[in-house]
Design a protein around this ligand. Structure first.
Ligand SMILES: *Cc1c(COP(=O)(O)O)cnc(C)c1O
Length: 404
């Protein structure tokens, strides 16, 4: 078929794209031609760069290419096939799915859990069945897009508090109570992924208890490595969340899959009512089996976690000594603050030429004027990798004028 004549609609779309580009906000994708790992091969403009140090994956424990996960996935494919060709409740539930749900629940300290295709879907399906027009959701302003969308899909009244601002959270709780809310749920990321800041869970829990509210924590950037045995930010702070969501797509192997963990009746109701669960395909056996293998490694993974945090401390100190502006913190997300989107892009491009793969983050994922390069540590990076990357950062910082 010949292309149709340009329509006003497509002209409008093309102009929007041109504006994104003119603002320096266009995202482009580089092609990785190896497994996800500490060093990767990347094809860019027809040239393959080998052994590039990768500082932008959520591969915190380095499990994305772990032989035990690959073997578990292969074994499950041999025994249980490739796909489920069904949602869970029709004919898409294998014993393995229930094993993983029970295992995740035990690991996180909850009665049960329920799997989704992704945490995006878990957050999309969580609120609508649990809360109605009589209820209230109070959401941190920096919460992940999937929490924001999930809240949009539910009929509860919405309240928002400034990121980690406990006085504002109290104000919103008071407003929700004054508006006559039946149930109130506070929703927060466990870790705010653009900054690497932890939610102030002890204070949030205390406020939730004071106002009789529920606490929901999305722990995508923590499960597997924060807290004792990697049980996440609530465990890190020694507090209990009423509901947790999380992903298999980051530290727990990095493939895909999400979940909600919580009290039995809540999980039971979600199995009846959560739309992304009811109307989307079951996870394939390979993913589920590898998820179980990932939990084996995580539960026995004190050495991996120690290496991750040792790397993070070394990397943070190295960047600070070089004179880069960082945000304070102890999480393996370590953002290098640059301000301008184009500068972040230029610095990322320069670093790539020096063999270090990082991504510039800019509007709309961070506020305008707060562009940054978000670096992330993983347990498999060696001291040599980190020194190589530090030298590259220093050189790129001088080349782009970020460092004097
Ligand atoms: C990555 C992330 C998600 C989405 O997880 P997927 O499983 O990739 O859909 C949701 N919430 C937070 C806080 C995340 O960091």
């Amino acid at each position: 078929m010949p292309n149709p004549a340009p329509s006003p609609f497509l002209n409008h779309i093309t102009q929007t794209l041109a504006q994104i580009d003119a603002d320096g906000l266009m995202k482009s994708e580089r092609m990785i031609t190896s497994a996800q790992a500490g060093r990767i091969s990347v094809n860019h403009e027809g040239v393959t760069h080998e052994r590039v140090v990768n500082l932008c994956a959520n591969n915190y424990l380095g499990l994305a290419d772990h032989p035990a996960l690959i073997a578990a996935a292969k074994g499950a494919m041999d025994d249980l096939g490739y796909g489920m060709a069904s949602v869970r409740f029709i004919c898409g539930t294998q014993d393995l799915h229930r094993q993983l749900e029970a295992r995740l629940a035990r690991f996180l300290g909850h009665d049960d859990s329920i799997l989704f295709a992704a945490c995006f879907d878990a957050n999309g399906g969580l609120f609508e069945p649990l809360l109605g027009t009589e209820d209230a959701v109070i959401s941190d302003s920096l919460n992940h897009a999937s929490i924001i969308d999930g809240i949009r899909l539910c009929k509860a009244r919405r309240y928002r508090f400034a990121n980690s601002d406990m006085a504002d959270l109290r104000t919103q709780l008071e407003a929700a109570r004054a508006d006559g809310a039946r149930f109130i749920m506070i929703a927060t990321d466990g870790v705010f992924s653009m900054d690497g800041y932890l939610a102030r869970l002890p204070e949030i829990r205390a406020l939730a208890d004071e106002f009789g509210a529920l606490l929901m924590v999305d722990d995508c950037h923590a499960t597997g490595f924060m807290g004792p045995q990697g049980r996440g930010t609530p465990a890190h702070f020694g507090v209990q969340a009423d509901v947790m969501t999380g992903t298999l797509g980051k530290a727990l192997g990095g493939a895909l899959g999400g979940y909600i963990a919580g009290p039995q009746p809540l999980i039971d109701l979600l199995r009846q009512r959560a739309r992304p669960y009811l109307f989307s395909n079951a996870l394939p056996p390979a993913i589920v089996a590898a998820g179980l293998a990932a939990l084996d490694l995580v539960e026995a993974g004190d050495d991996l976690r120690a290496q991750l945090f040792e790397n993070a401390a070394y990397w943070r100190a190295g960047l600070a000594d070089a004179g880069f502006g960082l945000l304070d913190g102890a999480h393996p997300i370590i953002p290098v603050m640059l301000g301008d989107a184009k500068l972040a892009q230029a610095m990322a491009a320069d670093l790539f030429q020096r063999g270090v793969y990082v991504a510039g983050f800019f509007f709309p994922v961070v506020p305008k004027g707060a562009a940054r390069i978000r670096t992330q540590m993983n347990a498999k990076l060696t001291r040599d990798d980190l020194n190589f990357a530090l030298d590259a950062f220093k050189a790129a910082g001088k080349a782009t004028g970020v460092l004097k």
